[in-house]
Design a protein around this ligand. Structure first.
Ligand code: 5AD
Length: 361
C-alpha cells in the first residue's frame, strides 16, 4: 500500500506513515495530501468555518521564551493591560458581529489580582452579552484553583500550546526555569477541570526534526486533545532564537508548506478535532489561512483587538491586519472563505466533536 492508499484505508497511521506524509514535497503529492485531508475534514466536521474573535488582553508576560516577541526580556515592547471595559467592549463587538465565540489571550501572569480580574471579566461578558458567546481562554500556566475559578465564571475552552512535545527541544527554546513537565501538568489540569482543551506546537523551529513533528502529532492523540492550534515559526529579530535561523527570509515558502502539511497530517490522524488555521500562516502568505482551511483546518480566529493594543502584541514579525478595523477585516475574511467554497458558521460556538467523544469514553 502506498501512503495515499494507506490514508484512504481505515488503518491507523503509524509513526513511519506520518513521517512519510511530512516528507511529501512535490506539488502533485501535496495536492493529493491536502485533498485527502479535506475529505476527512468534510466527513468529520463539515465545510463550515467557525470563528473565534481574538482579544489580546495584555502583553505583559512573566515568561522568557526564546522565540517570542513579547518575552519578558524584550525591553523594546510597550506593555499594556486592557481595561476591563475595553475587553467587555470587544466581547460585545464579537456578539454584534455574530462571531459565536471569543478568545481572551494574553501573556502569562500568575497573581491573585489577575485571577480576580479575569474572573470578573468573564462574569461580566456572560451577563452583558446575554450568555451567547462561547469563551476560550489562552492565558498560560495557572494553578488548578485558578483554572477552576475561571471555568466556573464561564470559560469553557482553554488553549495552552505545549510548543514542542519533545522535552529536549523544549529545553532549547526556553530558559531553564520553564518546565515542560509543569506545562504538561497544566494540560492535564485543564482536562480534569472540564475545559475543552487545546494545545499545539510550532513547526519549522531551529533544531527541530521531522521526527519531532511526528511526535507532536502523536502527543495530541495520546493526550486526547480536542483543539489544535499549530503554526509555522516566524523569526522575531529582538529574540535570542533569531540568530539560529539567519536565512529565514529565504525559507518562508518552506515554512508555509510545512505548516500546511502539519495541518493535513493532524486532520487525517486525529479526525474529529477542531484545528485552527492560524495567523502565522497568513503572515507567510496573504491567503495562508485559506490554504490552511483547504488543508484540513476548520477554525479561524479573526483579531478584534483595538488597533491601539494590537500594534503592541507582536509575537513575530510581519503580523498581518494591523491596519484593519475589526469589521473591515471580517468582511474580507468572509469573502475569501466563501470564495474557496466554504461557509462561515455565524453565531455558533462550534464545539469540537472530539470533546464529546472523549467525555463518553
Ligand atoms: N513564531 C510563531 N509563533 C509564535 N508564537 C510565539 N512566538 C512565535 C513566533 N516567533 C506562538 C506560540 C504561542 C502562541 C501564542 O504564539 O506558540 O503559544
Amino acid at each position: 500500500m502506498n501512503i495515499f492508499e494507506k490514508i484512504n484505508s481505515s488503518t491507523e497511521l503509524t509513526r513511519d506513515d506520518l513521517k512519510e506524509i511530512l516528507s511529501l514535497e512535490n506539488d502533485s503529492d501535496l495536492e493529493r495530501l491536502f485533498n485527502a485531508a479535506y475529505e476527512v475534514k468534510t466527513k468529520y466536521v463539515g465545510r463550515k468555518v467557525y470563528l473565534r474573535g481574538l482579544i489580546e488582553i495584555s502583553n505583559i508576560c512573566s515568561k522568557d521564551c526564546y522565540y517570542c516577541g513579547i518575552r519578558r526580556g524584550n525591553t523594546k515592547v510597550h506593555r499594556y493591560m486592557m481595561a476591563d471595559d475595553d475587553v467587555i467592549a470587544g466581547a460585545k463587538l464579537a456578539d454584534k458581529l455574530n462571531l459565536g465565540s471569543i478568545v481572551l489571550q494574553g501573556g502569562e501572569i500568575s497573581s491573585d489580582d489577575f485571577t480576580l480580574k479575569i474572573e470578573n471579566i468573564l462574569k461580566r461578558i456572560r451577563i452583558e452579552t446575554g450568555d451567547r458567546l462561547g469563551i476560550t481562554l489562552s492565558l498560560g500556566e495557572q494553578s488548578e484553583a485558578t483554572y477552576r475559578r475561571w471555568f466556573e465564571a464561564g470559560a469553557h475552552r482553554y488553549l495552552l500550546r505545549i510548543e514542542a512535545s519533545n522535552k529536549e527541544l523544549y529545553g532549547r527554546l526556553h530558559p531553564q526555569d520553564h518546565s515542560w513537565d509543569e506545562r504538561y501538568a497544566c494540560l492535564k489540569r485543564l482536562q480534569k477541570v472540564g475545559y475543552q482543551t487545546g494545545t499545539g506546537t510550532m513547526s519549522g523551529l531551529p533544531h527541530q526534526t521531522d521526527d519531532d513533528l511526528v511526535s507532536d502529532l502523536i502527543f495530541f492523540k495520546e493526550n486526547d486533545i480536542d483543539m489544535i492550534g499549530m503554526g509555522p515559526y516566524l523569526v522575531h529579530e529582538d529574540t535570542p532564537l533569531a540568530k539560529d535561523f539567519p536565512d529565514f527570509e529565504d525559507k518562508r515558502e518552506i515554512q508555509l508548506k510545512r505548516g500546511l502539511k502539519m495541518i493535513a497530517a493532524a486532520r487525517i490522524f486525529l479526525k474529529d478535532v477542531n484545528i485552527a488555521s492560524t495567523t502565522a500562516l497568513q503572515a507567510l502568505r496573504n491567503d495562508g489561512r485559506e490554504l490552511g482551511l483547504l488543508a484540513g483546518a476548520n477554525i479561524i480566529m479573526p483579531n478584534i483587538s483595538l488597533a491601539k493594543y494590537k500594534v503592541n502584541y507582536n509575537l513575530y514579525e510581519g503580523k498581518p491586519g494591523l491596519d484593519d478595523g475589526p469589521g473591515e477585516s471580517l468582511e474580507k475574511l468572509v469573502g475569501s472563505i466563501e470564495s474557496i467554497g466554504e461557509s462561515v458558521a455565524f453565531g455558533q460556538w462550534g464545539d469540537p466533536r472530539h470533546f464529546f467523544a472523549r467525555k463518553e469514553k
